[in-house]
Design a protein around this ligand. Sequence first.
Ligand SMILES: [Zn+2]
Length: 80
Amino acid sequence: MGHKKPEVTAKRRKMVGMFFKWVLRFYYKHTPTCRCGWVMKPVTDSYFDYQWKCIWKDCGWEAFDNGDGKLHWFRRNGKK
Ligand SMILES: [Zn+2]
């Protein structure tokens, strides 16, 4: 071993990412998927009944459900 092809490494990285997403999806049940494709985690100190934010702080997307069954998306910090 020792000789790794770049495409093998990329594939492995993708598989690890998929596994990580699966684990997070299992851990954060019933949470929406962020617009960036990752799972979201609940915001516990929210004004709304249900609010989530992306697990990545750099992403910035948040969503809330104020009872009408729809997700309302907004993004903090006005990222470019
Ligand atoms: Zn995100």
